[in-house]
Design a binder for this molecule. Structure first.
Ligand SMILES: C[S@@+](CC[C@H](N)C(=O)[O-])C[C@H]1O[C@@H](n2cnc3c(N)ncnc32)[C@H](O)[C@@H]1O
Length: 457
């Protein structure tokens, strides 16, 4: 939904769901409180129905008794059962008001949920940033629509011209599953938690999730939920919330598998016209056009590394998503397919040479790399070639060409990888002060050093 949640926080604070059976920050969520109390592992489970359970209890009748001032209620509900892998216990948590009432469910440990839920954007009972973008999206004419695409199920098609660089979506997930739960839990246990995660979502988001493509004919609703999730999940990394198994500070980032109802409608192409990154700060998948897209053209992303040879790409796509790739790169005539594979091999070889800072690479090799990326149509990764060209030109002391490529790398790379990546800082530094950047004349200095060493021999 793009509107405000029907149960506004201000007028009707959330109360615990009827099935809420734990002390976990309900009725009043207190991030400082401890969650060390054990949650009883459920000994058995019955078949789960996907009928929604009541999320909000009716407000009590007004009474004449003096009332306590309203306390801030927790926006989170927790699944009635949790599942264990080794020392970790995983539960499903839901925030129904998140992202302008779309809601979000997370399957993770209570300790990690406490940490995540105590910081932006999940500590906000109502996510204003998402509601702002939802409101803005409502005002503009839609950029795309979902329609059946022959041989591909449903896909998204541009309804107007979309220029390269334009943002096409910024969507928050329906469900995020801690990678440790995704890999560690038994399939039937994960299905039970997923079932609870989906049931607890607000109706519209839940319906959109259940409408996504799954696989073959499913036996049960839980199996269906599991298959929909695994067919449509993206790996997403959340920074700053890692916890070790004992609940102490651990890694600085946590991987989740996440399903987004809109982004997950994007079909695959080996030369996609969209790129995306997961913005950990807003928990949103930001999707940008990497080429000009014309009305009627399908919007696509790549499910696999576009710089794999064609045989690897098709094998991976078939193994993981059960389809035969029919994109232009994979179905080119044999001699063109061979040329494309040769270009990919040359790209990978050039990257290795350019990334060896002790060897003698040249700006010409970097220029060739840029041309090969362009010829291969992998605009979604072009910033990598610009990065290497910027370093090579700076490496021979050509500040003008180096800063030009650094700017191109920033323009394309920021929308494809986000602002947090080390290359962004490096390229900003190069633009600001080429001679102060580590790469300044590094190829020349090394060359001089080598010549001097050879002269001494
Ligand atoms: C993430 S979903 C994409 C949306 C999906 N088409 C739908 O109807 O919801 C992934 C599934 O879409 C289909 N798909 C995606 N890209 C495809 C392509 N290039 N050719 C054929 N099928 C494709 C496959 O069935 C795949 O398992």
């Amino acid at each position: 939904t793009t509107g405000h949640p029907s149960h506004s926080i201000a007028s009707s604070p959330f109360t615990c769901p009827a099935h809420f059976n734990s002390q976990f920050h309900c009725p009043a969520y207190n991030p400082q409180s401890s969650v060390t109390k054990r949650i009883k592992p459920s000994s058995s489970h019955t078949a789960q129905s996907l009928e929604p359970s009541p999320e909000v209890q009716p407000e009590p009748e007004a009474s004449q008794e003096p009332q306590e001032p309203p306390r801030p209620a927790s926006p989170w509900s927790r699944s009635p059962v949790c599942r264990r892998v080794g020392l970790n216990e995983f539960c499903a948590f839901t925030h129904s008001a998140f992202s302008a009432g779309q809601g979000i469910s997370l399957i993770t440990t209570p300790a990690k949920m406490l940490l995540l839920g105590s910081q932006p954007p999940l500590n906000e009972s109502f996510s204003s940033t998402s509601s702002d973008s939802a409101a803005a999206a409502k005002e503009e004419a839609p950029l795309f629509q979902d329609i059946p695409i022959p041989g591909k199920g449903i896909g998204l098609v541009a309804t107007q011209m979309i220029r390269a660089g334009r943002r096409v979506m910024a969507a928050t997930p329906a469900v995020m599953v801690d990678d440790k739960a995704f890999r560690g839990l038994r399939r039937e246990d994960l299905a039970i938690l997923l079932g609870q995660a989906i049931v607890a979502l607000p109706g519209e988001h839940r319906a959109r999730f259940l409408n996504l493509s799954g696989s073959a004919v499913e036996e049960t609703q839980l199996e269906k939920v599991y298959k929909i999730f695994s067919t449509n999940a993206f790996r997403t990394t959340v920074f700053g919330v890692g916890l070790g198994v004992d609940g102490k500070e651990g890694d600085k980032e946590t991987d989740f598998q996440s399903t987004f109802t809109e982004v997950s409608r994007l079909n695959h192409d080996c030369s996609p016209n969209l790129g995306y990154y997961f913005d950990s700060a807003t928990l949103s998948h930001k999707v940008y056009a990497v080429k000009d897209i014309f009305p009627g053209e399908e919007l696509t992303v790549s499910y696999v590394d576009v710089l794999h040879p064609s045989s690897t790409r098709t094998t991976l796509l078939h193994k993981t998503w059960s389809f035969t790739c029919t994109c232009a790169r994979c179905t080119a005539e044999p001699h063109l397919l061979a040329e494309s594979d040769a270009r990919v091999a040359q790209i990978n070889q050039l990257r290795r040479e350019l990334d060896d800072y002790s060897a003698s690479a040249t700006p010409e090799k970097a220029e060739l790399l840029v041309t090969l990326y362009e010829l291969e149509g992998v605009a979604v990764r072009i910033y990598e070639a610009y990065y290497r060209a910027a370093l090579e030109w700076n490496g021979v002391g050509d500040a003008a060409r180096a800063t030009r490529y650094a700017r191109l790398c920033l323009a394309r790379g920021l929308v494809l990888r986000g602002p947090e990546r080390p290359f962004v800082e490096s390229m900003r530094g190069l633009v600001a002060d080429p001679a102060g950047h580590w790469s300044w004349r590094f190829r020349v200095k090394d060359g001089l050093k080598r010549e001097a060493e050879e002269g001494r021999k």
